[in-house]
Design a protein around this ligand. Sequence first.
Ligand code: NAP
Length: 313
Amino acid sequence: MTSKKTVLLAGATGMLGSKIALALASKESIDLRIMVRSRKVNNEKKQQQINILEGLGVIVEGDLNDQESLEKACTGVDTVVSAVSGWEDVVVTGQLNLLAAAKKLGVSHFIPSDYTYNYFNIQLGDNYLSDFRIRVAQAVKESGLDYTFIMNGIFAEVFVSPFFNVFNFETGTAQYWGDGETQFDVTTIEDTAKYTAEAVVDPRAINTSFQVVGDVISMKEAVAAYEEVKGKKLTQTSKGSAEDLKAWIEQLKAENASPFSIIPAQYQWGMVTGKVKLENIVSDRYPHIKPKSLKDFFADSNTQTFELVLNQS
Ligand SMILES: NC(=O)c1ccc[n+]([C@@H]2O[C@H](COP(=O)([O-])OP(=O)(O)OC[C@H]3O[C@@H](n4cnc5c(N)ncnc54)[C@H](OP(=O)(O)O)[C@@H]3O)[C@@H](O)[C@H]2O)c1
């Protein structure tokens, strides 16, 4: 008989973290501990989320900027799962605080907040957010703790959203960089959460980039999937080559454009060059998870939902 694992989840009030909480809570072999910044908040919607989380695990209060709270949260924990999000102060400084607390308190397994494409195949400077992950991954490896880096490509919800700036369902257009033929990885948020729970309990996930995917698809195939499911044509155009995209990104940087306006372009560059493609996908190990293809996702959604999902974050 295997003994139960105590798992601490950080970021459980977030878009992905709330789904990871559900997935972890469904595993009998896990005692779930959920770290929130505060049990009582002024935001009604967030309070409802916290109330739901109380039904899924033991709530502890903790803040990535408060070492004492992190050490309390990590006491007696086997695995830390982070799904926090933010800028450098949260993703790097905050997660390194969490890592230090985990190490001090004898946590054995640390899963940082990745849930992205294969950032090991790009360079520092190629993507602001990937830079943070590369730095955290290095520190996690150096900590000596067991690690798992979860890689799922782009969330389907984000790929089709206005933020990503490829699809405009109102005008019936799709605009992308590159020739539209290069394939990349797409996974829904819920499927990513389910695979994350598997990574927590499966020893094969230890010290790996844990690559899972719902669909492998090109821009042209993504447009075709939409057209087939919705019965509507999209006018698709290429804005230029992947090299043109890189030059445009560098121009935006030189003009001191906000990083937030550059980040979607940086992600698209990684995808349409094929550099961040997942190459060691292990989703098949978990046949009980039936991940959604992009076509399934379109079939189950409407365009309003695409925006709603992102507004939750
Ligand atoms: N592959 C993709 O396409 C894709 C797309 C989007 C996101 N992601 C990644 O998925 C992960 C989760 O992102 P998300 O969008 O789900 O995040 P989110 O909705 O913005 O939620 C962020 C979470 O971090 C928590 N947090 C922030 N600062 C904190 C602090 N100082 N102390 C404790 N908790 C703190 C927040 O808590 P509060 O509720 O207290 O603020 C919240 O629970 C990130 O790694 C993100 O980059 C990937």
